[in-house]
Design a protein around this ligand. Sequence first.
Ligand code: CTP
Ligand code: MG
Length: 182
Amino acid sequence: MVVETVVVALWAMLPAYVPNNAAVLFGGGPPLDGGRQWRGWRLLGDGKTWQGTAVGIATGVALGIVLDAAQPALVAATGVGLPGFPLGVTVALAAGAMLGDVLASFLKRRTGRRRGASFPVLDQLDFVVVALAIVAIVAPAWFGEVFLSEPLRLVVVILATPLLHLGTNAGAYLLGLKEEPY
Ligand code: CTP
Ligand code: MG
């Protein structure tokens, strides 16, 4: 059923969805790159901080732990085959999401984009693509069961994530939490 495919796909990515938003809310302080430059441009820039990265990963992991605890009851109540989140999976998804964001920042600086500049497609997909790649490496059995057994779920993630991301970012912008609406 289509609804079930969408629900399972988005549920499985929830620990990768929250880290970026938590970083926007709670980031700040010293940058990851320590202010270093590379080839005339900042390595990453002031938008990627230790605090934002740590809080982002911690928030994603905390959510994964809560979802894993709730999963049996939710499956029993709804009959939807929601996957659980072993700790390794949760950490891979949350850390992968933050790593994707950092790699995108690195690419932005290499392509002459200033902090906060938009990089369409990359901005919307960096965190899910890297989170999926890391979880596929760290927890291949979970990745196989959840995504390879039903590849349509991967399609859902790739198509729905940009919409969700643009929606939450526009919301954060309107609330004055974020400087750009993308
Ligand atoms: N943030 C952070 N640490 C991170 C990611 C984000 O502290 N690892 C915070 C920063 O305050 C950042 C804001 O969240 O400015 C928005 O994040 P994002 O849009 O990803 O960063 P940008 O400022 O746009 O920087 P860049 O151009 O390098 O992506
Ligand atoms: Mg930005």
